[in-house]
Design a protein around this ligand. Structure first.
Ligand SMILES: [Zn+2]
Length: 258
């Protein structure tokens, strides 16, 4: 039974991933994500229902538009498959629960931020503001267990987390002089509201470590020059997911070492 539901969760994730692609395509262009059929970027032709099946359509069309042969970005099937895998893994780990739903929702948000920053080098205000409000509302109304009990109510953890993330990255932005953008600083407030305090520390630390390691790897393989900047948002998004999933275990391990 669990296997069947896990597969269903994966299929749901693939379908949701398809919608995340729509968000990733349209949000930076200022287009509506709720209305308007998808079209080919090459010839502007509206896509038919058969061309909108996640993953399958990409494979059948061999990654090109049926009319103009324009390449369909490889990111489309990648986001769909990764979202499917995330949903299936989360279901396996948490089962049918509020935690599963919240982590799946946060994974979707983080995927959108990750890919848009990777492709455009920016974190959009119209994304950060609603997700910050959402994370604070969740902490106030249905707080997840990882927010802990540092105050009379878990919202305290979320608020201190948001303030900590904002201030820490604001300081990093001051020191790095352009290496870190204003979008990253505001996004860090969301990170803190979602993970709470002290897990925000794990999120930022994990982001800096993964970013640093990736930067070194890219430098070694000369994919990027020393002067080129690498967007930092994707690493912050990855660090946030790491903190949400394993933050408490990482913190216990770290405190045990001291
Ligand atoms: Zn086309």
């Amino acid at each position: 039974m669990t296997t069947v539901v896990t597969i269903l969760a994966g299929a749901l994730g693939i379908a949701v991933g398809s919608f995340l692609n729509v968000c990733i395509d349209r949000l930076p262009r200022g287009e509506s994500i709720a209305s308007g059929r998808s079209h080919c970027d090459g010839c502007k032709r509206q896509l038919t229902a058969r061309e909108l099946v996640p993953v399958i359509s990409y494979l059948v069309l061999k990654g090109r538009c049926g009319s103009c042969r324009a390449q369909i970005p490889r990111r489309m099937p990648i986001v769909e498959v990764v979202t499917g895998l995330i949903f299936a893994s989360l279901y396996l780990a948490y089962g049918p629960s509020g935690t599963f739903l919240l982590l799946a929702a946060y994974a979707c948000i983080l995927t959108i931020v990750f890919v848009i920053d990777l492709e455009h080098g920016l974190i959009l205000n119209k994304v950060v503001t609603p997700i910050l409000v959402l994370a604070l509302a969740v902490a106030a109304i249905a707080p997840p267990q990882w927010l802990g009990t540092i105050g009379p109510h878990p919202i305290v953890s979320a608020l201190i987390g948001a303030a900590t993330g904002f201030v820490l990255l604001f300081l990093v932005a001051l020191v790095s002089r352009g290496g870190m953008g204003w979008g990253d600083v505001k996004f860090a407030a969301f990170m803190g509201a979602a993970t709470g305090f002290p897990l925000i520390m794990v999120a930022i630390f994990a982001g800096i470590v993964t970013g640093g390691v990736s930067g070194i790897v890219l430098l070694v393989f000369r994919k990027k020059g020393r002067k080129e900047t690498i967007p930092f948002g994707p690493f912050l998004a990855a660090g946030t997911m790491i903190a949400l999933l394993w933050g408490q275990a990482i913190l216990r391990w770290y405190l045990g070492m001291m």
